[in-house]
Design a protein around this ligand. Structure first.
Ligand code: ATP
Ligand code: MG
Ligand code: MG
Length: 557
């Protein structure tokens, strides 16, 4: 999967390679924070980072950015590894944790103190915020800014030793309180926090901040191109300041360069881990892998293929401006991917019994049908036809409007790969609900037969009642009712925009018998209904299918 990449980051890399920068190496990284499951936005970053490396003879690290012990867990680390692999990317032996660098980061902080570039500050978090100033107002220097190197070294050592309470002191970079860039106004680089870390346990009671850990982790891993999303553009001067002021062996390792691109936003969904976690924790959805979630595990469970997600990421490209991508494009990509591979089968989602009175009661015919008319190489199979069948409830109307070309009293319809039938009688129960249809069939109309030429307007899918197996089918709609649920300008929380009909469970579907052997990895097209796959809840005696996507393509090319 090495489609040539063309984007502005590739152009930067091509220029760098021409100049022989960093010895002509390309080394990227994908740096997730293990505080949630990956979503389709992360897939974009994964495709980009691994893709840029592959495209340029380089390598890409997987790095867990685990510097915040409070929200991080092993479960997330495991899920991230699974998801990256499933997407089709391989970090080989290059898996790292920012927490592996805690000792080195500590040494770098000491180095900054020794150079007079960092100081221990006793202001409260609130005071630090006040002193920082605003975009229009310069900041104010901390009264602790001019502590001596000796005092700072002593205090920082004691911070690490656990002598001070959480939040009472921080280590700050000494940069410029008058900088027009707020990130440069003496940012905090270490805080005191007594929290158990999923890898380092209780070894540390001080933890480095992201802005300090990230450039140094990049440098320690000899990263050349550090790709991140646009909201970090304002942090780039700080990224560079740390590289300028910490001695990290640049001669040997080269110097990483931060490059920002626009994050992916998708219509009808939210894409921040915080919001996705909220949906999971408050049971708005059934877990991170709920098939309605934009998480990679949700898309996988829903039935999306890794190929379709990679194709999507390639098509949306890499931009320097934020925008919202139409979710219809993602759906289009999976339809295109499945079209040639998915076996066409018959599944009746809302069954209506049909009895063919002139068909012998004990007869079963095995009729031939194509597995995929778009791909004849997939061959044919046999399906059973008998006197009692099911068709789709919506394929019959007692009193239809003009352009209804399906079955009506006295009307005819072709049963796919079988015969033309005619509705002779409608049977209702005491409440007036239609419970079955009595029909006749035309023996000369058999599909593919010598006399099959007779045409009727509609064709329906069907299953033989005696042979069909019942199944549960789950139909999904967008998780949110509005295109931009993140947009809370109307004062309404994103959760108020959840679509109450995003999941519809049909428990009495009738599917053709061959699906008893359905495989978890296979995807099927249920004729006229969409693409489906088995859900993980499926059992041999209780099949459960997810609709991956319907057949209606609303992607406007
Ligand atoms: P979130 O805001 O959803 O929590 P994050 O940026 O905090 O996302 P990280 O785990 O830090 O999540 O992200 C790992 C990498 O994936 C980062 O390099 C980040 O820039 C990238 N990334 C995250 N979200 C998106 C997105 N929507 N589109 C593209 N890249 C993304
Ligand atoms: Mg992040
Ligand atoms: Mg985050």
């Amino acid at each position: 999967n090495n489609e040539a990449l063309t984007n502005f980051i590739q152009n930067i890399i091509s220029e760098d390679l021409k100049k022989g920068k960093n010895g002509g190496r390309v080394h990227t990284r994908f740096p997730p924070e293990p505080n949630g499951y990956l979503h389709i936005g992360h897939a974009k970053s994964i495709c980009l980072n691994f893709g840029l490396a592959a495209n340029n003879g380089g390598i890409c690290n997987l790095r867990f950015d685990d510097t915040n012990p409070i929200k991080e867990e092993l479960e997330y680390v495991d899920s991230i590894k699974e998801d990256v692999r499933w997407l089709g990317f391989d970090w080989e032996e290059r898996m790292y944790y920012a927490s592996d660098y805690f000792d080195k980061l500590y040494e770098s902080a000491v180095q900054l103190i020794e150079k007079g570039c960092a100081y221990v500050c006793d202001l409260s978090p609130q005071e630090i915020r006040q002193y920082r100033g605003t975009l229009t107002e310069p900041g104010q220097e901390s009264p602790y800014r001019n502590r001596s190197v000796e005092e700072n070294l002593d205090l920082f050592t004691r911070m690490r030793a656990g002598e001070f309470a959480d939040g009472t002191r921080v280590l700050r970079a000494k940069i410029d309180m008058a900088s027009p860039n707020l990130n440069m106004r003496d940012p905090v680089i270490y805080r005191i926090l007594r929290a158990y870390h999923h890898r380092t346990g209780d070894k540390w009671c001080i933890y480095p901040m992201y802005d300090f850990a990230h450039p140094l982790s990049d440098a320690l891993e000899s990263i050349t191109h550090s790709v991140c999303t646009l909201e970090f553009a304002d942090h780039r001067p700080l990224y560079d300041w740390f590289l300028d002021n910490v001695d990290y062996n640049a001669d040997k390792n080269g110097r990483p360069q931060q490059i920002e691109f626009a994050r992916l936003n998708l219509s009808y969904t939210v894409m921040s881990k915080r919001k996705l976690r909220e949906l999971v924790e408050n049971n708005y959805v059934n877990g991170w892998d709920d098939p309605r979630m934009p998480t990679i595990s949700g898309l996988r469970r829903r039935g999306y293929t890794p190929e379709s997600i990679r194709d999507f990421c390639n098509r949306i490209g890499v931009a320097k401006r934020d925008s919202v991508v139409d979710i219809a494009l993602l759906e289009h990509c999976v339809r295109e991917d499945l079209n040639l591979d998915a076996t066409r089968v018959m599944a009746v989602l809302r069954p209506l019994k049909v009895i063919i009175d002139n068909y012998p009661a004990d007869q079963v015919e095995w009729l031939e049908t194509e597995n995929n008319p778009e791909n004849p190489a997939m061959g044919k199979r046999l399906i059973p036809f008998s006197r009692e069948l099911y068709i789709e409830q919506e394929d019959f109307m007692e009193d239809p409007p003009k352009k209804f070309f399906r079955l009506r009293p006295g009307g005819e319809i072709r049963l796919k790969s079988a015969y033309i039938i005619k509705c002779e009688e409608v049977i209702k129960n005491a409440q007036g609900d239609i419970i079955e249809l009595h029909c006749s069939y035309d023996p000369d109309s058999k599909s593919g037969g010598a006399t099959s030429g007779r045409k009727v307007k509609g064709t329906s899918h069907w299953v033989s009642a005696a042979h069909a197996i019942s199944a549960e089918v789950r139909l999904y709609e967008h998780l949110f009712l509005t295109e931009n649920p993140d947009d809370e300008e109307d004062g309404n929380d994103f959760k108020t925009k959840l679509n109450p009909n995003s999941l519809q469970v049909l428990t009495n579907c009738q599917v053709e018998p061959g699906l008893a052997e359905a495989l978890a990895r296979n995807r099927y097209q249920f004729l006229r209904q969409g693409y489906f796959c088995l859900d993980v809840d499926s059992r041999p005696d209780r099949l459960v299918f997810n609709r991956i996507v319907s057949l209606r393509d609303s992607w406007a090319k």
